[in-house]
Ligand binder design. Sequence first.
Ligand SMILES: NC(=O)c1ccc[n+]([C@@H]2O[C@H](COP(=O)([O-])OP(=O)(O)OC[C@H]3O[C@@H](n4cnc5c(N)ncnc54)[C@H](O)[C@@H]3O)[C@@H](O)[C@H]2O)c1
Length: 435
Amino acid sequence: MGCCEFPAAAQGCDGAFTVDSSRVTFGRGCLAELGDRARALGLRRVALFSDARVAGLPVFRGAHDSLVAAGLDVMTYTDVHVEPTDESFAAAARFARESNPDGYVSLGGGSVIDTCKAANLYATHPADLLAYVNAPVGEGKPVPGPLRPHLACPTTAGTGSEVTGIAIFDLLALSAKTGIASHALRPTEALVDPDCTASLPPEVVAAAGLDVLSHALESYTARPYVHRPAPERPSLRPMSQGANPWSDLGCREALRVLGQFIERAVRDASDSEAREQMMWAATLAGIAFGNAGVHAPHGMAYAVAGLVRDFRPAGYSADEPLVPHGMAVILNAPAVFRRIAAVSPERHLEAARLLGADTRGAAAADAGEVLATELIRIMRAVGMPNGLGGVGYADTDVAALAEGAYPQQRLLQNAPLEMTKPVLADLFRQALRYW
Ligand SMILES: NC(=O)c1ccc[n+]([C@@H]2O[C@H](COP(=O)([O-])OP(=O)(O)OC[C@H]3O[C@@H](n4cnc5c(N)ncnc54)[C@H](O)[C@@H]3O)[C@@H](O)[C@H]2O)c1
């Protein structure tokens, strides 16, 4: 027997897991600590990143004033593209190179934090954009050294980007999302202030909250770390190391909190308890998935987002069609969990129970259906579209979606079942409509 409920590692597989996170400060009002924390890191000139909408909110003024009050010079970049692209990453990196700050602050959702990570990376270690991007889409080169300090301040309860070493963008030439994954990208500090989410529209609370839900569910059901081949050298152990005892703790608690609070947080912006709990779930799930890795619903989401034609969601400040990240993920989830539950039915039933389903008397063979039914109930309660058909896809798109998802091997190999192109096509077909 290995650690806790995990079996001992098989021959050639990894017998250990590593826990990493940014330094986290959590609590209502803690954004006011920003200036002091930046100064304590030895910073004098910082670049403050945001997007146009967040830059118009009182929290942006608060962050800016806190930095100035601590005696820092602040340069602002508020042109972050919501759902970033290779072009928007490149523009942000240009700004970072030209302004040459000695540290970075990001204030916004995952789009802002990811863009700030990329700007820091390409300004510190200049290279072609595809150099550090995950293979096979990019060259997958290792980041050559540390980046400059980065304080990340999330304003959505969603991506967990403030504690992960991941930056995601849309590669326009391929119409596909992809990303950069490296320990070096992980922000130095995360200041997680639930009050920052008070101004979020319900549609963003819903999509970002379902991203959190899928982080927890995918990390909990990922291939266990003891089934992953041992790395060539211990220092090369990937961040997507599979389900492990540490990530399980965060996943279980995040699922329980989400089950209790997601509907309240979407329904009522003045429900500060629900919004705070959602932020806590996002932090727990972010640390968990940053150390375990997500799998098929996220891998498939990159194609769903990348091939969008004309879907324009309410609540988002983008000018062009887009499927918000959390929506693109959750639309695949019921189909995936129905299929994979047989690998670890007890985990799938436990997840359904934590989310609020009545699992008494459920047999192992029912696990997939019980969990899928609970997911669909939550999706409907918070206003998600009815499957991929609801964001404009049809049966005729299934082959292209499977082609688009298949290169996401970093994620797909973390699934407990092999995700071949025919399997992906079948999952996309099952995800077209749920009710
Ligand atoms: N790096 C990671 O580990 C990771 C993980 C998951 C997703 N992502 C990426 O993160 C991005 C999605 O991020 P997100 O879901 O946080 O949303 P987002 O950053 O794209 O923001 C969504 C919308 O909400 C607005 N907004 C943000 N905070 C607000 C606030 N407090 N009040 C009012 N409006 C606000 C934004 O202006 C935007 O219109 C995607 O590109 C996704 O691929 C990254």
